[in-house]
Design a protein around this ligand. Sequence first.
Ligand SMILES: *Cc1c(COP(=O)(O)O)cnc(C)c1O
Length: 392
Amino acid sequence: MAQQPPTQPNQAGVPLLDVNRDNGPHREEFIEALTDVLDSGRFLFGPDVTELESELAGYCQVPNAIGCASGSDALLLALMALNIGPGDEVIVPSFTFFASVSCITRLGATPVFADILPGTFNVDPESVESLISPTTKAIIPVHLFGQCAEIDRICQIAGEHNIPVVEDAAQAIGAAYHSRPAGSWGAVGCFSFYPTKNLGGMGDGGMITASDAGLADRLRLFAGHGMRPRYYHQVVGINSRLDTFQAAVLRVKLRYLGDAIDARTEVAARYDRLLQNAGVIGADAITLPVRDENAFHVWNQYALRIGSGRRDELRSYLSERNIGSEIYYPVPMHEQECFQDLEFRHNGLVETERASREVLNLPVFPTLTEAEQRRVVEAIGSFYAAAARAAA
Ligand SMILES: *Cc1c(COP(=O)(O)O)cnc(C)c1O
């Protein structure tokens, strides 16, 4: 079989992500699985979809899993199935990806923005609690970067007020809190198979988990045009399906998800060591990712905090050396242009705003090599060394 051409022509560079390198070792298995779907002709509702749903239900330790077209649809369907609409408030962090919030506004409901904890970048349970009102109809904690939010505390607060929790676990498949999987804590768990996620497909895909059989049934109903039986529409649903090709690919990848998480964990530990040895950790420079001791982190992202207002300067320096990095996320949701004419509420988002100025995400993927990580960290070291010389 022909070798894949190298995806990074510049030897000295480090890609933010290299999907081909990660997928390469499983190429034959993908081709076999995709060929089976092609030959079956069952491009929708094929057996791989049902199989994947039951495998993922097992993996996440929930009785029900429902495939859908994307993580964004998973969130939208969750709120639809919970009957959320105009006049309802939904509490969500502002420091997240857009889809955690657009699902709320799309249904005419009002987002209420909670602040985050400075260490983990995850939503602050105390902030969530302080924002609860008589019209709060759901809470959407986001398990950011692959580490669970303090979901035990959030579910406890929500439970006291009888408010359903919808976990945005798009970045956190395989993560856990107190050994209990992401997506199994709330009324609904939402996952994404976008190619950059830990279980990434070859296109779009998503999944919804639900413990309650009645709610799972409603989620399925809403994902299928609200149609039951055929051509009789009980509710106004949407069309949101996981196709059989994606399910076939994801079943292959699911077999290696544990190995991929182990490799990501190793990458994160190596960055910690290398950055510590480079002497760039400290109040004036870099803060390493903070691990919650109760969380099993799956490292979808390795997120540094860069102090002294130097983040953008450092990022340009890396980019000039062909070293990939990203800012997740530069503009918090309460500052997005599309939400400026909207009524929304919060009670101070100091940590959210600081995080969007300071966060910097380094390359992390299972096949990232130690040599590449050394190049990333050496470049960071030389940035600070040059800055120190300039200051002297
Ligand atoms: C990726 C992501 C989504 C959306 O998933 P898609 O499959 O791309 O629609 C939602 N929330 C978070 C936090 C994400 O990272």
